[in-house]
Design a protein around this ligand. Structure first.
Ligand code: ATP
Length: 704
């Protein structure tokens, strides 16, 4: 594939003469990816394209271009900026995004605008485009076939045809469209899209339209994009990666933060020539993913990748106030005994597990504050009082910058009590102020990841917590530290059990149990044993509820005519990046739920089951949806199943997966993305943690 694309690109004069990556090169890779399902093969294809871009500048496809004596030196040389801009375009277009998620700039142009643009670009009436769309279910394909018809029209009188599209032009237009709103902008958007379509060739119209819809549908997840970039960097060794001087490095990195000892050893050895390639590749992926979990911005990541060797990436790309860090996550446990067994003699603390919404509060050195959700979305407008409360809490301390991890909980100041999560979820997306908001909140702070110019991620929790308590003070009804109980190992479970009772009586969900000294760093995005959750509700069941993705639905009958009677839910497999069915669900819904869910999912119906869905034929749905929502579900237990596909291939029994028995709908989780649903590995862990399995009796848990 590399040589194919490389030949194709190097025969393209524009690329040869030092212009930027043709959009067609990206679309060729998209087409190749769409046709395969193996994640490794998909990764290889994308890696090749990254390599091609990294190889520019004096190497690979452009050697001839650089030697071309006739070119204008100032204008046509392959500039470093071009390579950088190619990399940006490639990574954003492949991820179908235009900006980091925390900037909340979403693509997702309405079908009516797209239909109009396709119609105008191909000289076809919009109603005909609409009919084809209804019949085929994919507006991208409709754009491609309509475009085929238009070839002669555009070529007429212009033998060479329109100028070919470059990847960065497409990204620029996508960005302009995503950031422009208002009724006046509709015609402008149609013109912009038409401008792209008129110049598009081959499969380009298909991916332009799908990209603008916000659903590329080629099964390319973010972790594959990051892994491909990592592999490309190791395999390519770009010839002239810009090396920063020590002074420049000092400027961009957190120089005071010398305590990065926790960085994995294998990563530091990345350059060791004697290391086998697969270890180098694994190390590179770990480094890139770690950097991205601290700074989830492709811009920052690529800047760093082009500036420093991979093993030094953490110096150039690390936690920065103002940019959200992927939150640390917890593993479920089923009992206090289970907790003690897992922590195996380590000192730990138990904190109340508040039932609210996670809020990461940032203050940058210029005094600006921002609030981010669990999914890294900016929720500053939803909680305008949160920065005020937090700053009030640190007003006497010499604090210049910070990143705090907190839970924002609905709170009744008159009774001095927490209010259930359901009430908090009625808060509007934008609230004027604390006074005008119907629901009052309190900030329960439980971690400090950054303070006064210094990252604390590698410090143990005991130190982070001490700094939190030294630099902030509690304020009644506004800001409190998580109530906690430190535990000294003596095998006595009653103290913890009583503390759990107390937490539940105080309207909390249970406890969070965290290591204090050893294995107690803050690990962004990781679900490690350093944080355990212990929820009262689930002690006798699975240990936790699960968060699943609706893939499809079955038409309702009788009382449920007109809405869906049941849905098919799936967990997420991180290795294959697929959604694996784990249950059919028809219980726990109110009539209102059924109406609302059907209405919201109906705009995401797809013509057929996605290649990312692993579902047996016996469960064929009446309609299939794009994976867009996450639902919290409780179940009686987990069982091996011949119909469901949870953790398939990992259960030790060929062809059998894990399914949920007696699932019940709890609520929609708008704060989670489908890729943040419960993973197949978690399902497997929960399956094996069940008493019936631990006790060696696997028999009761079989849904066949
Ligand atoms: P997960 O975060 O494990 O994917 P989830 O989003 O469903 O699952 P929970 O299982 O309820 O969340 O548990 C973790 C969440 O608990 C955190 O994301 C945070 O919002 C909340 N929380 C409440 N109190 C604390 C605390 N003291 N420490 C850490 N998190 C807490």
């Amino acid at each position: 594939l590399l040589s194919f694309i490389s030949n194709q690109i190097s025969s393209d004069d524009a690329w040869k003469e030092g212009k930027t990556l043709p959009y067609s090169a990206l679309c060729d890779v998209f087409s190749a990816i769409e046709a395969i399902s193996s994640r490794l093969e998909i990764q290889e294809k994308l890696t090749e394209l990254f390599r091609l871009v990294l190889l520019r500048d004096g190497g690979g496809a452009n050697e001839d271009a650089l030697k071309n004596k006739n070119r204008d030196k100032n204008d046509k040389a392959v500039r470093k900026d071009d390579r950088q801009s190619d990399l940006y375009s490639l990574i954003y277009l492949a991820s179908n995004s235009v900006a980091p998620s925390y900037e909340c700039v979403e693509l997702g142009v309405g079908d009516s605008i797209l239909i109009k643009a396709i119609g105008e670009a191909s000289g076809t009436a919009p109603n005909i485009i609409k009919k084809k769309y209804d019949a085929e279910g994919d507006l991208g394909t409709v754009a491609q076939t309509s475009k085929g018809k238009q070839k002669t029209l555009v070529g007429f009188g212009r033998m060479s045809g329109p100028k070919r599209l470059e990847a960065n032009e497409v990204l620029t237009v996508f960005r302009q469209i995503a950031t422009t709103s208002g009724s006046q902008s509709q015609k402008w958007k149609v013109d912009k899209i038409k401008g792209l379509l008129v110049r598009a060739r081959g499969s380009e119209p298909k991916y332009i339209i799908r990209g603008l819809q916000g659903k590329l549908r080629i099964g390319l997840a973010q972790s594959t994009v990051l892994a491909s970039l990592a592999h490309a960097v190791v395999l390519t060794k770009p010839k002239d990666v810009v090396q920063l001087t020590d002074e420049q490095l000092k400027e961009i990195k957190d120089t005071e933060d010398g305590d990065r000892g926790a960085y994995p050893d294998f990563a530091r050895k990345l350059c060791d020539k004697n290391l086998p390639l697969d270890i180098k590749l694994d190390a590179a992926v770990a480094i890139i993913k770690k950097a991205y979990s601290e700074v989830p911005s492709y811009d920052s990541l690529l800047d760093a990748v082009l500036c420093v060797p991979l093993q030094e990436l953490h110096k150039a790309c690390n936690l920065t106030p103002g940019i959200p860090v992927a939150p640390m996550l917890a593993k479920p446990t089923k009992s206090v005994v289970d907790v003690l067994k897992r922590l195996n003699g380590l000192r730990f603390t138990c904190e109340y597990k508040y039932d609210g919404e996670r809020a990461q509060v940032h203050m940058t050195p210029d005094g600006k504050t921002k609030v981010f959700s669990r999914s890294l979305l900016n929720t500053s407008e939803k909680f305008p009082e949160v920065p005020l409360y937090v700053r009030e809490a640190c007003k006497d301390a010499p604090v210049t910058s910070f990143v705090l991890d907190t839970e924002v909980v609905a709170f009744n100041r008159e009774t001095n009590q927490f209010v259930p999560f359901q009430v908090l979820s009625t808060r509007k997306r934008t609230e004027e102020s604390a006074e005008s908001a119907k629901v009052q909140v309190i900030v329960q702070a439980f971690d400090l990841m950054y303070l006064n110019g210094k990252s604390l991620l590698d410090c143990p929790l005991a130190k982070r917590r001490a700094l939190l308590r030294e630099n902030f003070v509690p304020i009644d009804g506004k800001f409190q530290f998580a109530t906690s109980l430190d535990h000294t190992e003596n095998g006595d479970t009653t103290v913890i059990e009583e503390f759990l009772e107390q937490a539940v009586k105080g309207q909390c969900e249970g406890l969070m149990v965290k290591t204090l000294d050893v294995s107690a760093a803050y690990k962004p995005s990781l679900r490690s044993l350093n944080w355990l959750k212990l929820k009262k509700d689930y002690l006798e069941g699975l240990g936790d509820s699960v968060d699943l993705v609706p893939l499809g639905a079955y038409f309702g009958k009788g009382k449920r005519t007109g809405v869906y009677g049941a849905y098919l839910l799936a967990c997420y497999d991180e290795d294959s990046e697929e959604f694996q069915s784990v249950c059919k669900i028809g219980t726990g819904f109110s009539e209102e739920d059924l109406k609302e869910l059907a209405a919201s999912l109906n705009s995401y119906i797809i013509p057929e089951k996605s290649s990312q869905y692993v579902v047996s034929d016996a469960l064929e749905c009446d309609v299939w949806f794009d994976a867009v929502q996450v639902w919290e579900v409780k179940a009686a237990d987990l069982s091996k199943s011949s119909t469901h596909r949870g953790a398939i291939g990992k259960t030790g029994e060929s062809g059998r997966g894990i399914g949920l028995r007696f699932p019940r709908f709890e609520r929609v989780r708008p704060d989670k993305k489908p890729e943040e649903a419960t993973t197949s590995d978690q399902i497997l862990d929960m399956y094996y943690a069940q008493d019936s399995i631990v006790g060696g009796v696997d028999g009761g848990a079989d849904d066949d």
